[in-house]
Design a protein around this ligand. Structure first.
Ligand code: URA
Length: 237
């Protein structure tokens, strides 16, 4: 197996990232730095990435987690906050999060041990559609909905057109469904800030065509083959 595929299959990173690490001299085969991403790895070869021995996992695992509030979507946290890894410890094979959700955001998070799949799904060029349900304070007027749809200035740059639906408006605030194709940092919260509403609760309800359904917070399920295919083949509408 080629070195970059071997590293991706070990769940370390994507093949492309493995190429970078290899060219940078971060990869050793049998104790020797090798800078050839296409080097052939045979039985008995020991591959190390940044000093850690890695080995391909035989089976690829793809899951959908309903992330509860307060969990961080990283593998470890320097401040000791709980991470999504604690919710998936019972899964055979180590899976890692695909993309990010803020600690305060709940809902759909895909996790896998397949580095190439993670890269294909999370890469901005893929423009994967992500749908959120936001509970916000105050009134979301027609004019604000139109601005959210058209694009608003976030961190000095306009957001791309979004699908925005007002689900409910009450005296206490509004519930809005918003589907975006970008994945900028705290994007939905910042979009509402830009039109004058504050997000109180945010849940990711769909990624591409996959919906969270009745999955309980803190629980996970395996993705079906057709769901996995839809994530790779179908990037939005
Ligand atoms: N937008 C946000 O503001 N937060 C998230 O976690 C995801 C999208």
């Amino acid at each position: 197996m080629r070195l970059n595929k071997y590293i991706a299959r070990a769940g370390v990173c994507s093949r492309r990232k493995a190429d970078e690490l290899t060219l940078r001299g971060d990869v050793k085969i049998n104790g020797k730095v090798i800078k050839t991403p296409g080097a052939d790895i045979g039985d008995g070869d020991v591959v190390e990435v940044n000093g850690r021995a890695v080995a391909p996992v035989r089976k690829s695992v793809y899951i959908l987690l309903n992330k509860p509030k307060g969990y961080i979507t990283t593998v470890s946290d320097e401040f000791g906050r709980p991470t999504v890894m604690e919710l998936t410890g019972d899964i055979e094979g180590r899976v890692f999060p695909v993309g990010r959700l803020d600690a305060d955001t709940t809902g759909m998070l895909i996790m896998t041990n397949d580095g190439d799949f993670a890269n294909a799904v999370a890469h901005p060029a893929g423009e994967m559609r992500k749908t959120y349900r936001a509970r916000v304070n105050g009134a979301v007027s027609k004019e604000r909905l139109a601005r959210l749809r058209r694009g608003v200035n976030v961190d000095g740059r306009m957001t791309a057109p979004a699908d925005v639906t007002l689900v409910r408006q009450s005296a206490a605030g509004a519930v809005v469904d918003i589907a975006i194709h970008e994945g900028r940092n705290r994007q939905v919260r910042k979009m509402f800030d830009a039109v004058g509403n504050k997000v109180i609760d945010l849940q990711r309800t769909a990624i591409g065509d996959i919906r969270i359904g009745g999955l309980k917070p803190g629980h996970w399920r395996k993705l079906s083959k057709s769901e996995i295919d839809s994530l790779i083949g179908n990037k939005g509408e």
